[in-house]
Design a protein around this ligand. Structure first.
Ligand SMILES: Cc1cc2nc3c(=O)[nH]c(=O)nc-3n(C[C@H](O)[C@H](O)[C@H](O)COP(=O)(O)OP(=O)(O)OC[C@H]3O[C@@H](n4cnc5c(N)ncnc54)[C@H](O)[C@@H]3O)c2cc1C
Length: 509
């Protein structure tokens, strides 16, 4: 018989978002919850991205939970292995293991308006929950573009987020497709090892130097002995980034100076004027994510690297044809082409109160209330939802704000008592999005003259938050009940936990 479990809260995903939610639930005294994770271990981004050179691009003391400081970060920008180990450590320290349901991919969840709960189907059994916290990640499902002829390529093909460690690149002719945040870490890591590296670039990124260094033993001892010094360090890192926000969101002209520094960064490493021209962007810095690396330009300037600045058009056998007509024969193709972001992969699997999926409701663009809840989807919230991304600071700050919101949401449900659900009012969702989109007009992401993954198919920026992290923290401190409709279960309905669920009945058949 198929397994069924009921929990007050079902968290989906076990990256920073899902684990953060789990810790926060326990801190709120809620232990009746499960964490459904499709993979066989926790870690999300930092489990899946194990490519050579993978590291965070926000300093580790800021790119970690405020409630779980790590005095032992080895580098200012620590590598994937250490961040993954940190998340395993958080899982153990806060007693999250018993709540984990690994190898449970959520296939579908549907709101049961009579029982006021979510019915959740996974590939390893069914669940029901009064509240769903969806933390499936904004950069979780790799995107490989539909390139004509790719399926007939005889060599090796993989995405940066699914690195094939069994395939040895030594002495191979390798094509790297894309020049985003992952690609600029991969290129310097594999360039010395491969015979030839051809970089297919559609738009060059702006790349600034990375202040990366080992964190000394003395610093670590200090942070361990006097924890407030680590808090101070985090505060400084946060404050500097908060001061930068206005340039991105209100005064893009101020980024001109940064652009000069970035040009100097290219000139320092790339002496060939033709290559320099290929690598110099024509849009305002900040319009796409500013990337940080000391090794990218020096690697690209090496004699075994070519840049095809027109992008990849077609694959013919083992030959890659650029949009400029150039032909390159390769043994392996590595896609650093990003993720499904504005078409959130969980959205078609979430069926709301009126039987429509979230993907259907969001077909013209993602819209939520305070980055968390959506009209028509009671007691469902997402971590890192629409317009919560950042261009210059740590996503953990945003995640922790959303955890405050989640905690207050659950408190409000307690205060309301009985079997209750909160449904975001469409008017509140509209008002929030009108405000966010009005502010977006002035941002560099809109006016900087680039196309980026921040924008959806309609050219709307539904991914980034156009303000400071402090402002988002204030906006999400508490749930404003006037923005929600309170739904109460009909008096005659049996209690949720004892009522047999549809999936239970199906299982019993
Ligand atoms: C290479 C890389 C580097 C990055 N560096 C930084 C950085 O330096 N600073 C920064 O602020 N941000 C960075 N980010 C962004 C990063 O994604 C976020 O900071 C953060 O890790 C997201 O956490 P999350 O829990 O929301 O998502 P994820 O870490 O993606 O976790 C989502 C989890 O949900 C699971 N899941 C998805 N769908 C289902 C399903 N249907 N059923 C069950 N489980 C499911 C996934 O398996 C995964 O474990 C980086 C992203 C990448 C890809």
């Amino acid at each position: 018989m198929a397994k069924h479990e009921h929990a007050r809260v079902a968290v989906i995903g076990s990256g920073f978002g899902g684990l953060g939610a789990a810790v926060r639930l326990r801190r709120e005294g809620i232990t009746d919850f499960v964490v459904l994770e499709r993979a066989d271990s926790v870690g999300g981004t930092w489990r899946d991205n194990s490519y050579p050179g993978c590291a965070c691009d926000v300093p580790s003391h800021l790119y970690s939970f405020s409630f779980a400081p790590n005095p032992d970060w080895p580098r200012t920008f620590s590598g994937q292995r250490h961040i993954r180990a940190y998340l395993e450590h958080v899982t153990d320290t806060f007693g999250i293991r018993p709540h984990l349901r690994l190898n449970h991919e959520v296939l579908r969840m549907e709101w049961d308006a009579d029982a006021l709960r979510w019915e959740i189907e996974t590939n390893s059994g069914s669940f029901s929950a009064e509240v769903v916290v969806s933390a499936t990640g904004p950069l979780s499902d790799p995107k490989i573009p539909d390139i004509p002829g790719l399926s007939d390529f005889p060599g090796k093909v993989f995405h940066s987020a699914r690195w094939d460690h069994d395939y040895d690149l030594t002495g191979k002719r390798v094509a790297m497709i894309g020049t985003g945040a992952s690609a600029i870490q991969i290129v310097p890591a594999i360039q010395p090892q491969v015979r030839r590296l051809t970089l297919f670039q559609r738009t060059p990124p702006w790349v600034m130097p990375r202040m990366d260094r080992n964190i000394t033993g003395a610093e670590r001892r200090l942070h361990r002995a006097l924890p407030f010094t680590a808090t101070l360090r985090r505060g400084l890192l946060w404050g500097i980034r908060e001061l930068q926000v206005g340039a991105f969101t209100k005064h893009p002209g101020e980024l001109g100076l940064v652009e000069k520094l970035a040009r100097a960064n290219i000139a320092r490493a790339v002496k060939d004027p033709a290559l320099r021209a290929k690598l110099t962007p024509s849009y305002r810095i900040g319009c796409k994510r500013i990337l940080l690396s000391n090794t990218y330009y020096p690697a690209v300037a090496q004699p075994n690297v070519d840049v095809v600045a027109s992008g990849l058009r077609e694959v013919r056998g083992s030959t890659l044809v650029g949009a400029d007509g150039s032909e390159t024969e390769v043994d392996a193709i590595v896609f650093g082409t990003g993720f499904h972001v504005t078409d959130m992969p969980i959205a078609p699997r979430v069926i709301g109160a009126d039987g429509r999926s979230l993907a259907d409701v969001w077909k013209d663009g993602m819209e939520s209330l305070r980055g968390a809840t959506a009209a028509g989807f009671p007691n469902w919230m997402t971590i890192i939802g629409p317009n919560t991304g950042l261009g210059n600071s740590s996503m953990i700050l945003m995640i922790e704000s959303q955890l405050n919101y989640m905690a207050d949401y659950l408190r409000q449900l307690n205060v309301l008592g009985g079997r209750t659900a909160l449904a975001a009012r469409p008017s509140a969702v509209n008002a929030w999005n009108r405000k966010v989109q009005a502010r977006m007009e002035r941002t560099v992401w809109k006016s900087g003259g680039c196309e980026s993954w921040y924008l959806d198919a309609n050219g709307r920026n539904t991914t980034l938050w156009p303000g400071t992290t402090g402002e988002f923290r204030r906006e999400t401190r508490q749930v404003d009940l006037s923005e929600y409709e309170v739904i109460r279960a009909p008096r005659t309905a049996p209690a949720a936990a004892s009522r047999p669920s549809r999936t239970k009945k199906e299982a019993a058949k």
